[in-house]
Ligand binder design. Structure first.
Ligand code: C2E
Ligand code: MG
Ligand code: MG
Ligand code: MG
Length: 284
């Protein structure tokens, strides 16, 4: 009896595995055409400045609406794109589209918003990246200081020398640079200090239990102190409630982003999302 049950379980996992593989292969194949078919789009999430208590920036987050599979997360398809040269095509589409849309949005709304966009580790190896950034800025008229590029801590540590060289080059081209998901990698302070960074984004896993855990609070306190000592701004991501926001304010965090303030929205809904975030940011 145990034998049949065992075999049943094997068959079950087998089906699951096959379905996962099937999905992987399908998505991977369809990704190539997704850009041309206009299935990729950008959602924008507001970021609140905790000194002015106003939305000061938005982060562009990539979305894929697949005709059969619906919305596919970037956590699933960015790694696929990174396996091939598709990441360069998608990466430059993201840059030019985000810069263009937010430049237009700024003039429509009359707001001095900053744009944050995510870079893949593979883009850091692309010698044409600085020129592509320049061109996107030139075409749209968005000033260089209004663009901040985010690179995850683990991407930076993948090949610190190449990454550092690219970041220096991008900095010379006038854009700002941020470390994303800070705290999840293993970079040393010494390594970080060598990079021309402007800000540091604390990973949402540390924000999660901020209102309940003294360890998390101690950790965020020390990240803020360390960052400020070397003149970096600190952004908290994944802020999901008012209690977390209050703690972040008390700890001197500079900016906050999360579902509590606003969800990532299509550009057509961004004005409304920003309005809500501005109301949420007011101290009661
Ligand atoms: P990230 O850059 O760290 O972006 C933050 C992620 O946290 C986003 O997930 C966002 O939707 C989510 N988030 C925001 N607020 C909250 C919150 O309060 N609670 C929770 N639980 N989550 C929150 P998303 O949009 O699924 O993106 C996931 C990751 O995919 C991003 O992490 C980024 O690393 C990558 N990604 C997104 N867009 C791009 C892109 O254009 N290029 C590249 N290379 N990577 C991208
Ligand atoms: Mg990011
Ligand atoms: Mg992050
Ligand atoms: Mg992340």
């Amino acid at each position: 009896e145990a034998k049949t049950r065992g075999r049943g379980r094997v068959a079950f996992f087998d089906v699951q595995l096959r379905e996962r593989l099937q999905r992987y292969l399908e998505l991977e194949q369809d990704l190539r055409a997704a850009v041309d078919r206009d299935e990729l789009w950008l959602a924008y999430q507001p970021i609140v400045n905790l000194h002015s208590n106003r939305v000061s920036a938005v982060e562009g987050l990539l979305r894929w609406t697949h005709p059969q599979h619906g919305t596919v997360s970037p956590e699933e398809f960015i790694p696929m794109a990174e396996e091939s040269d598709l990441i360069h095509h998608i990466g430059s589409w993201v840059l030019s589209t985000a810069v263009e849309q937010i430049s237009q949005f700024r003039s429509d709304i009359g707001l001095d918003l900053r744009l944050k966009a995510n870079l893949s580790v593979r883009q850091l190896e692309d010698p044409e990246l600085p020129e592509a950034v320049d061109e996107a800025m030139r075409k749209s008229g968005l000033p260089g200081q209004a663009l901040s590029l985010e690179i995850t801590e683990s991407a930076l540590m993948h090949d610190p020398v190449t990454a550092a060289r690219m970041l220096q080059e991008l900095r010379r081209h006038g854009v700002r640079l941020a470390i994303d998901d800070f705290g999840t990698g293993y970079s040393s302070l010494a390594q970080l200090l060598r990079l021309p960074l402007d800000s540091l984004k604390i990973d949402r896993s540390f924000i999660n239990d901020l209102a309940h855990s003294r360890d998390s609070e101690a950790l965020v306190t020390s990240i803020v102190a360390m960052a400020h000592a070397v003149d970096l701004r600190v952004i908290a991501e994944g802020v999901e409630n008012a209690a977390q926001l209050a703690v972040l304010r008390r700890l001197g965090c500079d900016q906050a982003q999360g579902y509590y303030l606003g969800r990532p929205s299509p550009v057509q809904e961004l004005a409304g999302t920003i309005e809500v975030a501005n109301r949420r940011a007011i101290i009661e």
